[in-house]
Structures are given as C-alpha cells and as structure tokens.
Design a protein around this ligand. Structure first.
Ligand SMILES: NC(=O)c1ccc[n+]([C@@H]2O[C@H](COP(=O)([O-])OP(=O)(O)OC[C@H]3O[C@@H](n4cnc5c(N)ncnc54)[C@H](OP(=O)(O)O)[C@@H]3O)[C@@H](O)[C@H]2O)c1
Length: 355
C-alpha cells in the first residue's frame, strides 16, 4: 500500500448486513483547517449510529457519498498538528468523539478538530480510551440536561449497554445519585452492580415500570421506551437519546459541509414536521404528569473528556466494560459490526488498529 493511501472501514452502498463492510483503500486524509490534528489510530469503538448511518437511516437528512467511512470514536497518537492547534503536539496520546465532517475513525489514520479531543490519561490503554467518548459524553450530557442532583434517584434503561453503563457509573461517581436503578438481562446483573447500580431489574422477567412506579426523580431512556414516565415521580425529569428527536435536533445529525438541494431541503422540512408530531405524541404522557422532557443529541467535547473522565479513568474508579476487541481486518470489522447490529453487547465493542 502506498503511503499516500490508507485503509478505512466503510460500506460501498447502504446496507444493514455486517458482511458488506470492507476496508476501503482511499487517499490519506489531509488537515483542512488550522485547528485539526492528524492521528495515527490505535483503537476505535463502535456505536449504533455507525451501523444506522451505514444502513441509510440518516440519508433523508443529508446526501452520503460512497464509500461511506464509518466510526466516530478514536484513540491514537497525534502525528501532525495544524498551526492553530494549542492543546496538542505530535506524540500526544489522544481520544475523542469526532465531529460529523471527520467521521471514519475505524481507520489507520484520520484527522479531527482539536476541540473534540482530550489527552489519554496515564497508562490508560488505547482500547479503554476508545470505548469512552461517544457513549460516555452522551451519558454525561444527558444527566446534566436532566439536572440530576446529589442524593436523587435515577432510572437508566439498559445499564450495561454502551451509554447505560456510563450513565450508571457517572450517576454514582460524578453526580452522587443515591439510588441508581437499571434494567439488564440476567447475565449482566453482576456487571451492572459493579458499575454502580443499586437496583438491578431483569427486563426479561420483571416490568421496571411496576417495580419503580412513580419512584425516581430522573429517568434516562436509552432504548426508545416512552413508558419511562411510569417510573418517574410527578414533576420529575426525563431525558432520552433513543426516542424520536424533535425536528430542530435533526440538524445536529447533519454534516454542515454537505449542502442540500432545494428538493432535499423541502423534504427535510417535511421530515422535521413529522418528527415534531411524533415527539409530541410519544411524550404526551410525560407532560401530562408534569415531567420535564427533552431529547438529547450528544456533542463532541474534548475538554469534558479531560475534566470528567480522565480522573475517573486514571484512578481506576471507572473501568469501562469492553464486550469484545476485534482486529483491524475485514473479518474483524465485520465481526464487530455483527455484534453491534445484534444489540446485545456488554459495554463497548472495540476495533484494535495498532498495538
Ligand atoms: N442521541 C444521541 O446523542 C445518542 C448517543 C448515543 C447513543 N444513542 C442511541 O442510544 C441507544 C443506545 O446506545 P448504546 O450505545 O447504549 O447501545 P448498545 O450498547 O448497542 O445497547 C446494547 C445493550 O442494550 C441492552 N438492551 C436492549 N434492549 C433492552 C431493553 N429493552 N431493556 C434493557 N436493556 C436492553 C442490551 O442488553 P441485553 O443483551 O441484555 O438485551 C445491550 O446490553 C441507541 O439507539 C443509540 O443510537 C443516541
């Protein structure tokens, strides 16, 4: 392979089949702004948005070009820094959830805005660091948005999914919640307790809305379940990252550099109206109970990674569960996506690109 090209995990058309993922050989990405860095990728982790985008689920929001590069979470070493970069220099170990225009982290190399990146603390491995950014920041931003306070009670669904696991751990170690209830299937009970859950409900045999009826201050939905209002006290707070977003939030899924044709803009406006209608309908019972509700779309934030996650990772207080690690081969990438698409990971799925 020429040094002018690199390998990156991609799909060549919209597909929901893990066997269709390939390692595309493309021209190596270049710095295009003064505030970007080039990263030699060591590890990347998967998130559901990767296979959803590859499936075309966001195609109405913006035109994709193929091969469509996948992956938003990265851990690696800075190899070049733009003139305007102030926090990083070549040789620094970094991790982050990159922005929409920089996607394609399951790759040998990539470029990313420095604002999305944080330094990897101490001896934390690349695989562990790669597991954190998207899911960890989602949990942090969602619990912040819901205003979770010290001593309050929280319910978070899927407490050993990528986002749920970080929500449980942050509720305990960052927000100081007194009660942290979550749903998992039986095999994940112990892991959820180790992560910090104080009440673990097996969602296959028990109905959390009955167990927790009107009990919690804050409900955090990660599975798209509008029944969460049943577990929340009158006047409590709910936040979801998995129900239908409102129309205005849909813009956050778009690459701002990808212009829309007039027809595509009109279609997007219609989709936004439908999204507002669906959200109004699915959340009507939350409002009827006086529960504050918002859909949260996470944003990259390298400084928050350093401020909140670095101390927890470095001290060993937070040890993210890694469901599986896969090599950076076509077979490895396909196995990783097969597991992600199946939706039963325990924590995060990682692709190791370099040792
Ligand atoms: N809005 C945003 O900014 C944002 C950001 C991140 C993620 N998301 C969305 O949030 C959702 C969760 O993401 P994720 O990364 O956490 O997904 P994930 O890691 O793939 O979730 C898999 C986990 O969900 C559990 N699960 C599935 N159905 C469940 C149920 N009914 N009750 C309890 N647990 C259940 C599975 O456990 P079992 O094996 O026991 O079933 C598994 O542990 C996805 O839809 C994703 O697209 C949105």
């Amino acid at each position: 392979m020429s040094s002018e090209t690199y390998k990156v995990a991609a799909v060549e058309r919209y597909t929901g089949n893990a066997e269709d993922y390939v390692l595309a050989e493309l021209p190596r990405p270049q710095l295009t702004t003064a505030t970007q860095v080039e990263i030699e990728v060591h590890a990347a982790s998967l998130n559901p948005i990767d296979y959803k985008r590859a499936k075309g689920m966001l195609s109405a929001l913006q035109p994709d070009t193929f091969p469509l590069k996948v992956g938003y979470d990265v851990a690696g070493v800075v190899t070049k820094a733009g003139d305007g970069v102030t926090r990083f220099k070549p040789g620094d170990r970094v991790y982050g959830r990159v922005g929409e225009r920089d996607g394609g982290t399951i790759a040998e190399w990539m470029v990313a805005e420095e604002s999305a990146l944080g330094h990897i603390p101490g001896s934390v491995s690349f695989a562990t660091a790669a597991a954190v950014p998207l899911a960890g920041l989602t949990a942090l931003q969602a619990l912040d948005a819901a205003g979770l306070q010290r001593g309050q009670s929280l319910f978070v669904s899927a407490g050993m999914g990528g986002v749920g696991m970080f929500a449980v751990a942050l509720a305990k170690h960052h927000f100081g919640a007194a009660v942290i209830a979550t749903t998992v299937s039986a095999a994940k009970r112990e892991a959820a307790e180790e992560m910090g859950a104080t009440k673990v409900i097996d969602y296959k045999t028990e109905d959390y809305t009955l167990v927790l009826k009107d009990l919690v201050d804050v409900g955090f939905d990660t599975t798209g379940d509008s029944n969460i209002y049943k577990a929340i006290k009158q006047g409590g707070q709910a936040v979801s990252v998995a129900m239908m977003p409102d129309g205005a939030t849909l813009d956050g899924f778009r690459n701002p550099d990808a212009p829309l044709s007039l027809f595509a803009s009109a279609k997007l406006a219609a989709i936004k109206c439908v999204a507002d209608g669906v959200q109004w309908f699915t959340t009507r019972r939350l409002r009827a109970k006086g529960i504050g509700y918002r859909y949260l779309l996470m944003k990259p934030d390298g400084k928050a990674l350093e401020a909140v996650f670095n101390p927890l990772l470095e001290s060993g207080t937070l040890v993210p569960a890694i469901s599986s690690e896969h090599p950076f081969t076509e077979a490895g990438v396909r196995a990783a996506f097969k597991e992600s698409i199946a939706g039963h990971a325990t924590g995060k799925i990682v692709v190791k690109v370099r040792d």
